[in-house]
Design a protein around this ligand. Structure first.
Ligand SMILES: NC(=O)C1=CN([C@@H]2O[C@H](COP(=O)(O)OP(=O)(O)OC[C@H]3O[C@@H](n4cnc5c(N)ncnc54)[C@H](OP(=O)(O)O)[C@@H]3O)[C@@H](O)[C@H]2O)C=CC1
Ligand SMILES: O=C([O-])CC(=O)C(=O)O
Length: 267
């Protein structure tokens, strides 16, 4: 029985928990929950009957195997470091935090010394299986163009000085490197960081706000000496959090299911 603790009981944390509760993910139990918003932890505990923890320390000290971080980029360092030091594997959804190379290397070293794993799901994009193989050649270019409805980008746009309600046509709101992208859009562009980690190449990121689009679209372009990959995913967003695509949560569910599979499909 795989015992899981969840930090961050929003759209993704709740979705994964429901897939454990309904038996989609077998031989697994959610045993502990923590969210800075206690109401969210309480409402999730009504579904999975897990212990509500006061903080990350209490959660990582519990009897569990895997901690899922589904909170925010700001939570990653504490959750991952404490999980690994307490002998737990960790699955990180807010991969954007790892754009910080120092943090990435620190956690990698810690996972190795503690003989634990850090799982970074493909999240809301596809193609990482092929991209990891393309990386064995020479990567020449990596581009991610993300187009989301204005409502999904609202908070980040306000911080950048846009008036979201005045956006009536498709507008490019960001073009630049992955580091500035995740700084400015921390809840929208974690996918750019997982893409950069997989390719070990700083992705060029373009973000478009489109008042007419209903889906979250990610167009991925990777050019390597082995070949070129173009993938476009158009994801249904979560109703309760339109910033987040359902595929991101499904990808974590799939990753957890695959941990127990004797046959591994894909790279
Ligand atoms: N890798 C990928 O492809 C994707 C990654 N993501 C990322 O995954 C994470 C979870 O997404 P989602 O479930 O949609 O987010 P939600 O906002 O729906 O849920 C996150 C929950 O975590 C809580 N929280 C935030 N920071 C902390 C913290 N430091 N400690 C404890 N709880 C915290 C939030 O509280 P409050 O409401 O107070 O903020 C909220 O209840 C986000 O960082 C998101 O950007 C999302 C989509 C794709
Ligand atoms: O869910 C998505 O479409 C992508 C996303 O928010 C992220 O990568 O942070």
């Amino acid at each position: 029985m795989l015992k899981i603790g969840i930090v961050g009981c929003g759209a993704i944390g709740t979705f994964i928990s429901k897939k454990v509760a309904d038996g989609t993910i077998k031989n697994t139990k959610i045993v502990a929950l923590y969210d800075r918003n206690i109401e969210k932890a309480i409402s999730l505990s009504n579904i999975v009957k897990a212990k509500i923890c006061r903080d990350v320390d209490e959660l990582v000290r519990g009897d569990l195997d895997l901690v899922i971080e589904s909170a925010s980029v700001h939570a990653v360092e504490e959750v991952a470091e404490k999980s690994l030091k307490n002998g737990k594997d960790v699955l990180i959804m807010s991969v954007g935090a790892l754009a910080d190379k120092e943090l990435f290397l620190k956690l990698k070293k810690l996972a190795k010394s503690e003989n634990r794993k850090i799982y970074l799901p493909s999240g809301a994009i596809g193609g990482l299986d092929a991209i990891k193989a393309l990386k064995l050649g020479e990567i020449k270019e990596v581009v991610l163009k993300t187009t989301k409805p204005v409502c999904a980008l609202k908070d980040a746009l306000k911080n950048l000085g846009y008036e979201p309600e005045k956006i009536k046509e498709e507008v490019m709101v960001y073009e630049g490197d992955v580091f500035e992208a995740i700084k400015n859009f921390p809840a929208n562009i974690n996918v750019a960081v997982v893409l950069s980690i997989a390719t070990e190449y700083s992705a060029k990121v373009v973000i478009v706000a489109d008042p007419k689009i209903k889906l979250n679209r990610h167009e991925i372009f990777v050019k390597s000496s082995i070949g070129t990959l173009k993938v476009c995913v158009e994801n249904v967003p979560f109703e309760e959090n339109p910033k987040t695509s359902a595929l991101a949560a499904y990808s974590a569910v799939r990753l957890i299911m695959d941990l127990a599979e004797p046959i591994k499909v894909g790279t």
